[in-house]
Design a protein around this ligand. Sequence first.
Ligand code: FAD
Length: 485
Amino acid sequence: SKKAIIIGSGIAGISASIRLATKGYEVDVFEANSYPGGKLSEIEIAGYRFDAGPSLFTLPDQVEELFRIAGKNPNDFFEYIKLPVACHYFWEDGKKLNAYADIDRFAKEVQEVLGEPAGSIKIALQKSSFIYEHLSPLFMHRSLHKWETWTNPEALKSYLKMGKLGIFSTMNEANEKLFNNPKLVQLFNRYATYNGSNPYETPATLNIIPHLEFNIGAFFPKKGMHDITLSLFQLSKDLGVTYFFNQKVEEIIVENKIATGIKTSNETKYADLIINNMDMVNAYKTILRKQKQPKLLLNQPKSSSALIFYWGINRTFQELDLHNIFFSDNYLEEFDHIFKKGSIYHDPTVYVNITSVYKPDDAPKDCMNWFTMINVPNNQGQDWDKLIAEARKNILHKLNRILKTDIEPLIEVEEILDPRKIEIKTSSAQGALYGNSSNNKFSAFLRHANYSSKIKNLYFCGGSVHPGGGIPLCLLSSKIMCEMI
Ligand code: FAD
């Protein structure tokens, strides 16, 4: 049978291995770390378990499809629930809002708490689903780099709707037109952070994202986010995929413009297909260093990164749910710091993710596991130790103010993840969470294709290539890639 080598066991690498194995390929995965999953991993500290990276799960169908193509019933291997409340929002002035999954209930809540007409929410979500309907077939499910994508009837239909798809205004401008209350503008602007972009720059087209969370739903895997990795890893092994851990690939072998194999520090292996799941920028700098460099693509600005405090908290809070947001009083300043000043605003928006609300064994009895995160600039060599110490203080002050509790004495255990560590752990350029940012109108076209146009038999999947970062898009990148193989 034909052989394929996959470099990296990120979620896109694992899903590619499943797709290729079901097509009859013999698949070897080489992974630099000792564990699978890349960013989608977990950590354990003294009785607390944390999902290390992603915390929000949308489009579960993309995971289930992998079990189905392997001839299995997904429900037997991977279980998840739909969240009744997507997120709890808190502001400094004491206002609190529950983003109910039930849209009527959410619209009513918005009217009661913020005095915004319920109709605004419905219009916003209709617009969001309109964008999804017209753009997802084009941008999420196909290669942008093949002629057929642009000439199929669906594409032609979308060209006629260009004006309504938000290409000509920013996300913030569109949201200011939709809502009267600035708190609601802020809430909807936050969706830009789902792919590490700036709502004051990114095109309103990104208003596609609320559709995923509200119209389709926010979900939680019953065994935690890490179960996405573990269940798919198990599925791929059941299909005969072989994993080589602690095996960093040092070079992709290219002969006469054909990729033929890989080298690690101790072996050379040949295959019919080479699939790169490593961050595209770092791949060109390292394992493809001898090849022609796609400079325009390599130089695109990167998405934001994250600073995370994994805190074991020895108390419970009734008012907190799985996803909690404590908003900054000045969102524009916060994003200016992240994207223009390369720094951290003194009043950041704080996200607290607590899986022990749904999965009690993630924390000891009467305790909670707080994954406390703020968006920060990607790594440009800042003095991170200083920035982290300041941010920690500011985060604690903010939580103390809004929760009216002194949080620091409740912290039993602590680990920190910062842009430098993200870069080291998963080899992501500048520790960016989602590859390139989408701050530019043309960014969708400035992502690397799922194949190499210069080197035959070399393919790409993962968050730094088309269609983009985040679990669902990573899974789609493998799908698009495997469909062209
Ligand atoms: P990665 O996870 O980047 O993994 C790449 C793998 O390749 C790594 O295991 C690495 O060790 C390996 N590798 C690299 N170089 C080599 C080499 N030379 N040889 C061998 N192996 C190599 N997404 C969401 O959908 N929802 C969220 O809520 C969310 N939140 C996030 C929060 C954080 C803190 C982070 C870090 C990310 C978040 N994301 C979220 C984004 C999501 O995690 C990523 O888009 C996705 O997991 C990336 O998968 P990937 O397949 O591109 O590979």
